[in-house]
Design a binder for this molecule. Sequence first.
Ligand SMILES: Nc1ncnc2c1ncn2[C@@H]1O[C@H](COP(=O)(O)OP(=O)(O)OP(=O)(O)O)[C@@H](O)[C@H]1O
Ligand SMILES: [Mg+2]
Length: 307
Amino acid sequence: MREKHKDSNVRKPKLWAVGGGKGGVGKSVVSLLLAFWLARKGKQTILVDTDLGGANLHTLLGIKSPSRTLNDFIAKKYDSLEEICIESEIENLRLICGASEVLSLANPQFAQKVKIIQGVLKLDCDYVILDLGGGASFNFLDFFLVSHQKILVLTPQPTSIQNAYGFMRNAVYRRLTQLSRQMPSLQALVKTAMNPKNELKVRTIKELFQSIHDSDGEKVIEGLKKEIQKIEPAIITNMTRDTKDKNAGRIVQLVAEKYLAIHPLDLGSVVYDKHLEKMVSGMIPLTRLDRSCEAVACAYELATKLM
Ligand SMILES: Nc1ncnc2c1ncn2[C@@H]1O[C@H](COP(=O)(O)OP(=O)(O)OP(=O)(O)O)[C@@H](O)[C@H]1O
Ligand SMILES: [Mg+2]
């Protein structure tokens, strides 16, 4: 039985978000593997499926039809996220399900998003892992940006590398847009630069910074740079089949440093694991995974580094 923390106001969970620009790269699998190890290390962990349109994390955990989902919380059927947590077969690991039916809530409004983020930060646990859905919608970017640890999952495929870069680019622009909210001229400049074919010929964040420097001065640009550098995602290359594949994370890291002026960490990789894939396709819950599984062993290294 989970022991309730003596003073739940004291414990503030660490928030990890697992994102990536493309569907099917393994965000949910990696989220689960990291959560598995945090739980195994005795940390109270809650996995949150933030996908409100095509959630499937619960299926990986062997839960067919969740009795409560994030949509129930948004629809005010429950007052706190604690109430919609579902116990998993793994000790110390609970789950908050997204919703697989396409509802209008698949695109939550700003207030609903804030409600989810505030609710997550009040959860009584050590770690919350947010499994972000595919694509780079504002919702996923906002969950990503608000997290203490930002994790980017990609596969060695060129399209996945491109998408991971695109996701980071969008995250940087989203943050710049937030930061320039009180400065309309700066916000207009950021908006123009967001279009890769803009008439100002600003192609990279470094070039954008130069333009901002020219128009708004040293102080503004130093403040923005400092904030942008806090983004620092940890990159995980998933489904690697050979040593060459492991370079994908490094490639994205170098490109991001060059064009986005951020410094991601090339955290490491998770091998392509036939056994794991068989379990998923055979609907065998991944809660039955054990350390002998190659992907599980890889995730141990990554979770340890992140902790
Ligand atoms: N390391 C791995 N080894 C073998 N197969 C894997 C691995 N990681 C993921 N897979 C396979 O890839 C499939 C897609 O993974 P997953 O559902 O985690 O992707 P996703 O990025 O969360 O997708 P979506 O954007 O649709 O939510 C899994 O069902 C599984 O079969
Ligand atoms: Mg997923």
